[in-house]
Design a protein around this ligand. Sequence first.
Ligand code: ATP
Ligand code: MG
Length: 384
Amino acid sequence: MEKVVIVRYSELHLKGKNRGYFERVLITNIEKALKGLKHELKRQSGRYLVENFDELDVDDIVSRLKKVFGIHSLSVALKVNSDINAIFKAAEEVCFDCGSFKVETHRADKTFPLNSLQISAEIGGRLLSKYKALSVNVHNPQFIVNIDVRENGTSLVFNEFFKGAGGMPVGSSGKGLLLISGGIDSPVAGHMIAKRGMQINCIHFHSYPYTNMQARDKVIELAKVLSQYTGGTKLNIVSVTHIQEEIHKKCNGEYMVTLLRRFMMRIAEAVATKCGAQCLITGESLGQVASQTIEGITSSNSVVKNLPVLRPLCGFDKDEIIERSRDMGAYDISIQPFEDCCTVFLPKHPVIKPSMKSILEEEDKLEVEKLIEEAISSLEVLTL
Ligand code: ATP
Ligand code: MG
């Protein structure tokens, strides 16, 4: 009797002709996630089995695979030869000794002497005689003993389904560049787009020495959390200190955030183009703060020339975003109180509905191209 992990995939079956490609990407991602752990990955009609691992690693394997997009569900199962006595032995192992239960059998091997109903009845009957405190409840059981009689002469027996991350395998939908701050929203935005199969690179803007190194470390930690779902990421770090100083010196302070956002978007587009990313991703949510009114978004959007900007959180309330942040494991890092660059030089009354005319007037006071080039020359890339 051997412990194995059943990996069922999601949505891939919708992809028709591309199915082979999607599967290859998924296999690569599973292998990346399990790197460093002894195992073998085998394909078995419409699912994968992780086998030959050290039993002590089973929880680690499941928790790593729970973060791989494209996986629908997981089960830890016992694999035995397709023989009714061997199946019963495994069923004894996964069965609790009290409570209500039912046995559910799926028989792919039509040469097996009993059909699925007969297998369920036989195993259920034997379990009932062994464990006196068990009762059968087919409509609302406390647990289910699942039996899968496979075509290859082996059977899988298990009692639990773990929900997978769903979505599509990362790398199957191109590459995007996420503008990541130290806040709650942007890591969630990256997570949502990664779930649709997009490989994510990150870019962060800092104002060191006005912001401290802890703010930077916090963003690195957040990008690392995200990278658990994307099988790695590249974090581009760019200084906008001089840009903020120039805006502070030469422009109306109420426009600090608006102008800085426009610089960020321009720099991000340039870096995206350099690293082959096909879109920008932000954590903006409509109306959440002054810079995220439709006027604010229009102003920052209008400097991006060639790439689409994805804003997956646009229709979400803050509490929905927080829930997702907790689920992905980023929240406790995001709420650490280190300032990101926008809060330095923050005006008391940022302009809420900036008019394009006044933005352009303010921007005219700056050497935009030169400041952008200078910022890009400070670029540092971390591979996480
Ligand atoms: P977040 O929680 O992601 O910081 P927020 O609610 O604080 O978002 P803003 O500060 O207005 O909102 O930022 C809006 C979006 O702009 C962020 O989600 C992020 O995509 C981008 N952004 C803001 N500051 C930075 C930064 N320092 N570096 C990179 N991107 C940033
Ligand atoms: Mg922020």
